[in-house]
Design a protein around this ligand. Sequence first.
Ligand code: MRU
Length: 325
Amino acid sequence: MLRPFEWKSDHLLLLDQRHLPGQEVWLQLETVEQVAEAIVDMAVRGAPAIGMAAAYGLVLAAQRGHDRAAADALLRASRPTAVNLFWALDRMARVPWEAPALLQEAIAIEEEDRAMNQAMGRWGLDCLPESANVMTICNTGGIATSGWGTALGVIRTAYENGRIRHVYACETRPRMQGLRLTAWELMQEGIPFQMIVDSAATSILARGEIDAIFVGADRIAGNGDTANKIGTFMLAVAAERFGVPFYVVAPSSTIDPQTLHGRDIPIEERAAEEITEIEGVRIAPEGCPVFNPAFDVTPHEFITGIITERGLHRPPYVFTAADLA
Ligand code: MRU
């Protein structure tokens, strides 16, 4: 099973996703500052993986006798949209500031995520015909989670059960998580797929051959509005136009019942260079103005179903703290 990181007794080994698929580089993270930097710079990315990395970051901070509040604040400031980060930190905050206890909680979070991924995979089978063509965006696989995946986990489980004929995977501008990471994971599994540029999705959906779209999530509001990688909303609009079922797949740690509407989800804006440069080579004119939101919010009315570890939720979506407790 692919894993985004591995805990060693006094450091965290982290697979540096910035170098994939070309090189498999493992970073040896020894401080909470290094973990925060890895999250900011997307050496680790994907909502559940960010949350779990942050949990291990707190273990490192406690081992080294750091101030709890400062470590917590540093990690909270790393990325704003994926609620799994804050969910994991809130959970760790309920544990005494002692490394063994914190480590136990971080391991529990990781193990629970793995179990939730497997459960979502099984629920996802109910959304597919016998031999399905599906579409996805971004990377929602093993390295974005604890080893199996959310949307890609559903696709993996469906493939194991003989239910996948073909996957169309969007390249996912600007950081290319689809082209670099999803392609890498699908090839390792031997799942039949083709990579498409994001702007090819609508014309493929219009051909009427896609049975379902599965996407991940960074934060699901109480009413079902879902923040995910930029381009997801565009897919949902096209899916509705051509009658293709559109499913969000995410563990309940991605649901944020305190945020009632999608309009209240903070959307991260990232550096202009993610668009103006490719692998450090400038392709846009010098001084070119850029707007680079990393996520968009798909309104709940475009979402056919939300798959969590608890099952397939159908509209109307009402997620409350009490439901999730
Ligand atoms: O900017 P990223 O790569 O962290 O964004 C990741 C996504 O948007 C994923 O689709 C989402 O986190 C779900 S990962 C299981």
